[in-house]
Design a binder for this molecule. Structure first.
Ligand code: IVH
Length: 676
């Protein structure tokens, strides 16, 4: 290879890097797309002709390297924290007061849009990208270097800063997201291929980053906004950090603003509450940060979130739509749920077509009728919910809705037991129940077979390949190849995913069985108490009743399930199919190995610094079990604000009681935080 060739390749890389930065980072290209493509092709040809020119840093590598076998873990140098939330101006003021109390006077704040994507960490050594990782549980994420290298706005090599030397090691954090336009394109494509669409841009972005094949990631069109820099030697304020990040070549959201005081913050919030839908990305709020980094350091962090920042969440949107129909959906336990079919409507960033009405009483209470115009929002910005009927818009002739007498799937009676709000289909062979049981079995909460989604299960059932969970493990390649959109590769992948779940943690398997009244929580408690499937099968009612958090109703349901022919047969068939329960690991399950193994912690009252979910996840991550009721077996009770009768009971039984601060102290002392 001549020196000329090497020089030309270097020149091409420099040019492509420059124009890529103009286009993907600054959104202001200097050349036409076809000119860029020409340079790109030229470099690609040189690299193909001269292998020695190839390098992972080359712009040509943005199309993605070879697929990985699996993701490896990436431990963060410094834990990736999350933020405390504020849901109102009042709570933002409260945050500012708290910060001010610690400091005397806050120097100022930076307001940034809270991008609804996934947090990523980028590690650079001597200016070169050496690792990209997801947040994971904050302590440890997944190594997605090959995937993030394909994201055009992530520099593989840093630009030299205008002032100061580049530290040898730099970590940059920020958000990776899918623009709304790319999201719409992707979903249309998935639709065409008969695949299920993503619910929102955030899950689509997470899906794109978590592709084992980086070439797929490359095609999805991910974008980034970065906002954190470590070490922060290059700046003294958050505003300075954002500036420095821009200089180093990162994409920084242009809508951030430095304000002097909380009044300025509130003005910013008001402006963006109204404007946020104009953007080509989802934002679910505003992150407010103390600007001065020295003040940030002084404030420090509590548990998993810094005291120097807060995430203000935009209030959920409310939109009008029409109820086209109220269908009845039968779940895996036979529960018949009325579901409103809606005129599709965009709310809080995604199109909503249906919305649960829970049960007939709820329909009655809200008096929802087919044809009604209703007000819809998303609870917690996620779950669509009918707020109320706009009665003033009702046509006079709409009939009140009532629950049908028979199951829409099999025609059997829908029976309502005394004390229960739901009606249930009483036919255990009901096709709808069967399908839902299978969906639940394979789902993330169940044995978690990657890629075995609802649409595929439906096809397997329709074609008669699968009747119960055990059949899943007997599905053949030939059968899969008859399904819509399946080819050699996808069939292999699914078979491998099924194979990988032949050995499942006991708690998962118990949850997957779909025993009435047994959710994730209870399944984990049963797994922790009995250790093996055989022991659980053989458990007496008394033994079940002495399990933490399990009362009469649940114990009876478990006993009934394992006693019934249907349950026994399924277990025998799973066993014959080679399915095996393995001991639970602490991760995600609780009751496993970890410093708190064998301990049960009960939460009561409201916590200030953690959500209940976070607290429970943390307890589980340490190997403990978050209990739901207090007994002599309870290790400790955490009493938050306005604690209930559990506190009294703990005191009566002499169970140890901690307040939130003490609890946080123990959590922190015991180990890392769980996955968000
Ligand atoms: S700062 C110490 N700034 O929101 C925490 N976060 O719950 C540093 N996010 O995990 C986070 N936009 O994924 C920060 N401008 C922004 C953000 C932002 C989105 C996400 C991030 C984080 C979560 C906080």
């Amino acid at each position: 290879m001549s020196a000329d060739v090497a020089a030309r390749a270097a020149e091409l890389r420099r040019l492509l890097e420059h124009h890529g930065h103009r286009y993907y980072v600054l959104d202001s290209p200097e050349i036409e797309d076809h000119e860029y493509d020409g340079l790109f092709r030229e470099l690609l040809e040189l690299e193909t002709a001269h292998q020695e020119l190839q390098s992972p840093d080359s712009p040509t590598q943005r199309v993605g390297s070879a697929p990985l076998e699996a993701f490896t873990k990436a431990r963060h140098r410094v834990p990736m924290l999350s933020l405390a939330n504020a849901f109102s101006a009042l709570e933002v003021e409260e945050f500012a007061r708290r910060a001010g109390r610690g400091l005397g006077a806050v120097s100022g704040y930076v307001c940034e849009l809270k991008i609804d994507g996934l947090a990523v960490s980028l590690l650079y050594e001597q200016g070169r990208l050496v690792r990209g990782a997801t947040r994971g549980n904050g302590v440890e994420g997944e190594d997605v270097t090959a995937q993030l290298r394909t994201v055009r706005s992530i520099p593989v090599e840093l630009r030299p800063p205008a002032t100061g030397a580049l530290p040898a090691v730099i970590e940059v954090r920020g958000e990776c997201y899918l623009p709304k336009s790319a999201f719409a394109r992707l979903n249309a494509e998935l639709d065409d291929q008969g695949k299920s669409a993503y619910a929102n841009p955030r899950s689509a972005a997470a899906g794109a980053v978590r592709q084992l094949d980086p070439r797929i990631t490359a095609r999805r069109g991910l974008q980034t906004f970065m906002y954190q820099l470590d070490p922060s030697d290059l700046a003294e304020t958050q505003a300075g950090v954002l500036g420095a990040l821009g200089e180093l070549g990162f994409r920084v959201n242009p809508h951030h603003r430095r304000v002097d005081d909380v009044a300025g913050v509130l003005t910013y919030l008001d402006a963006w509450r109204a404007r946020r839908h104009e953007l080509d990305y989802d934002t679910d709020g505003v992150v407010i940060k103390v600007d001065d980094l020295a003040q940030q350091r002084e404030l420090g962090s509590v548990s998993r979130s810094p005291r120097w920042a807060v995430a203000y969440k935009f209030p959920p949107e409310e939109v009008e739509t029409t109820v086209l129909d109220i269908a009845v959906q039968v779940g895996r336990t036979g529960a018949a749920t009325p579901v409103a079919q809606l005129e599709p409507v965009l709310v809080a960033g995604s199109v909503v077509r249906r919305c649960t009405l829970h049960n007939e009483d709820e329909v009655g209470r809200k008096d929802v009728r087919v044809g009604d115009v209703v007000l819809l929002h998303k609870a917690g910005d996620v779950i669509p919910e009918i707020v109320r009927v706009l009665v003033e818009k009702r046509q006079t002739d709409l009939a009140p809705w009532s629950m049908p007498a028979g199951c829409p799937s099999c025609g059997a009676a829908l029976v309502r037991e005394p004390e229960e709000a739901v009606r249930r289909c009483v036919n255990p062979l009901c096709p709808a129940q069967r399908r839902e049981r299978l969906r639940h079995f394979a789902s993330r909460a169940g044995v978690n077979i990657e890629g075995l989604g609802e649409a595929i299960i439906d096809q397997l059932v329709e074609r008669g390949y699968v009747e119960d969970a055990a059949d899943i493990y007997r599905v053949t390649r030939e059968q899969l190849l008859t399904l819509d959109g399946f080819a050699d590769r996808s069939a292999e992948n699914l078979l491998a995913a099924i194979e990988a779940r032949r050995r499942v943690p006991l708690g998962r398997l118990v949850n997957a069985l779909g025993i009435r009244h047994v959710g994730e929580h209870t399944a984990m408690a049963l797994a922790a108490r009995f250790g093996t499937l055989e022991a659980l099968e053989a458990a007496s009612l008394e033994a079940l009743l002495t399990t933490e958090g399990i009362g009469q109703v649940v114990a009876e349901a478990v006993e009934r399930w394992f006693g019934a022919a249907q349950g026994r047969e399924l277990l025998a068939r799973l066993h014959a199919a080679g399915v095996e329960a393995v001991p639970d690991t602490g991760a995600g399950g609780g009751g496993g190995p970890g410093p708190w193994q064998g301990q049960t912690w009960v939460l009561t009252g409201s916590l200030e610094n953690l959500t209940r979910q976070q607290a429970e996840d943390w307890i589980r991550a340490l190997g403990g079990i978050p209990g739901s009721s207090v007994s002599r077996k309870t290790t400790a009770v955490v009493a938050g604000g306005a604690p209930g009768s559990k506190l009294e009971k703990a005191q009566r039984l002499g169970v140890r009681v901690l307040d939130e601060a003490a609890f946080l102290g123990e959590l922190e002392a015991a180990g890392p935080q769980p996955e968000a």
